[in-house]
Design a protein around this ligand. Structure first.
Ligand SMILES: [Zn+2]
Length: 418
């Protein structure tokens, strides 16, 4: 199928993606729209206007989610939900999350123009703080509407000491009214998300889009190691309790653990490290770092986690430091609904587009939704698999094909509720 024979309006979609990329723009192609920031608010206001243009009613809930709704013939029926996020990493790209929100708006805009009234209501959501980089815990809005926030989440602080509760207030939300914004489980019929792949698989298969089979489960830990500070010039090597040395050994060990089976999709990463007092001539006393471990096979991930915890214990002993491990996130792999994947298979072949099936390593808002309803995801090829980087790139042709498949899938799910 060529872009010229699409039902959706790819030009309009392209323009909105390009316009949104101007908000929080960094450099030529990057964006920085941290959750609940001024830039995020400006983006929400803009996208809200597009939702209204597309024929939806739209509002921002107290979790900071932007929600648009197209009424169905049966307004009381559980909704078909579509969405993603428009917040970004501090040094992020233009497509991560945004194509899922703007693609879903394009789907609705097309339906309304074609005077199609869905049988069940359809809602499009730009979920608040999917990325999790500001308060070190993601999927805030999507877990929020499902009543899945954990104790203490509102007290989490960003690097400037601002709590999430304060950030919500500054955003115009009322943290005391969160409970009013929770969806009863039976209110969501199914969930669809369009997203860039953020990996190199589709490109290697020469396919513009792919059908996601499931999301692998992330485990997030924060490890803190405590040694003893001393003068870098005077404390002899055997007498040191160097917390950074211990951390370095753990980081190298995590890499060994995650790569021990070259055929497996397991990945392990330390992406953030803080050193105290962080001075050239002081032996590091305290180091905190994050661990991100993912796998589609939960048994294997559990086994690797055990190996890592043992390694931390051994290395701490060897380096004379103490340690603590905090678990920030622990999710199992979640598989997409077979009936939705079936619709996507049929529709992509009707479009004459090759859409191979693949797992998602990164997690998405769909992960939170997977616990309450059937869900399906469409991936769009991205150049060299690059994401969370201003160099992130997908062609508008590929994004349009993904949006067309989203349109066709949404049409079938909203006309034939099960
Ligand atoms: Zn994303």
């Amino acid at each position: 199928m060529s872009v010229h024979s699409l039902t959706i309006n790819s030009k309009r979609l392209e323009k909105r993606i390009a316009d949104l990329a101007q908000i929080g723009k960094i450099g030529e192609t990057g964006v920085c729209r941290l959750a609940l920031s001024k830039e995020d608010r400006a983006a929400v206001d803009t996208v809200k206007r597009w939702m209204e243009e597309a024929g939806m009613t739209a509002y921002v809930d107290h979790f900071g989610n932007l929600i648009g709704r197209l009424e169905g013939e049966n307004p009381a029926a559980p909704v078909l939900m579509m969405g993603s996020h428009i917040d970004s990493q501090p040094y992020g790209g233009r497509f991560d999350g945004t194509i899922g929100v703007l693609g879903a708006i394009e789907v609705i805009h097309t339906m309304v123009e074609r005077q199609i009234t869905p049988h069940i209501p359809i809602e499009v959501i730009a979920f608040c703080d999917e990325e999790g980089c500001r308060f070190n815990k993601g999927l805030f809005g999507s877990r929020g509407i499902l009543g899945k926030l954990e104790q203490g989440e509102l007290e989490r602080t960003d690097k400037d000491g601002i709590t999430r509760a304060q950030a919500l207030l500054d955003f115009g939300c009322d943290p005391d009214k969160l409970q009013d914004c929770v969806y009863p489980e039976e209110k969501i019929a199914s969930y669809l998300e369009l997203h860039i792949e953020q990996g190199p698989v589709l490109e290697s298969l020469d396919s513009p889009i792919g059908i996601v089979t499931g999301i692998s489960g992330p485990l997030w830990l924060t490890v803190e190691m405590n040694g003893f500070a001393g003068h870098a010039g005077s404390v002899p090597m055997p007498m040191r309790k160097d917390a950074l040395l211990a951390a370095a050994k753990v980081i190298a060990k995590l890499n060994d653990i995650a790569s021990q089976d070259p055929g497996a999709p397991t990945v392990g990463t330390v992406g953030n490290i803080e050193v105290f007092p962080n001075s050239r001539n002081i032996i590091p006393e305290r180091v905190a770092f994050t661990v991100d471990l993912r796998d589609i096979d939960i048994e294997r991930r559990h086994r690797y986690e055990k190996e890592l915890r043992q390694a931390i214990e051994d290395i701490a002993g060897e380096c004379g430091v103490t340690y603590s491990i905090r678990e920030d996130t622990n999710s199992e792999p979640r598989y997409c609904a077979e009936p939705i994947m079936d619709i996507m298979r049929q529709e992509s072949s009707a479009m004459d587009v090759k859409a191979p099936e693949l797992m998602s390593g990164p997690f998405h808002d769909a992960l939170a939704l997977s616990y309450v309803c059937d869900y399906g995801m469409i991936f769009v090829r991205c150049k060299d698999g690059i994401s969370h980087n201003p160099k992130e790139f997908s062609t508008y042709e590929d994004i349009s094909l993904g949006t067309e498949l989203l349109y066709r899938t949404a049409l079938r799910l909203s006309q034939n509720p099960n």
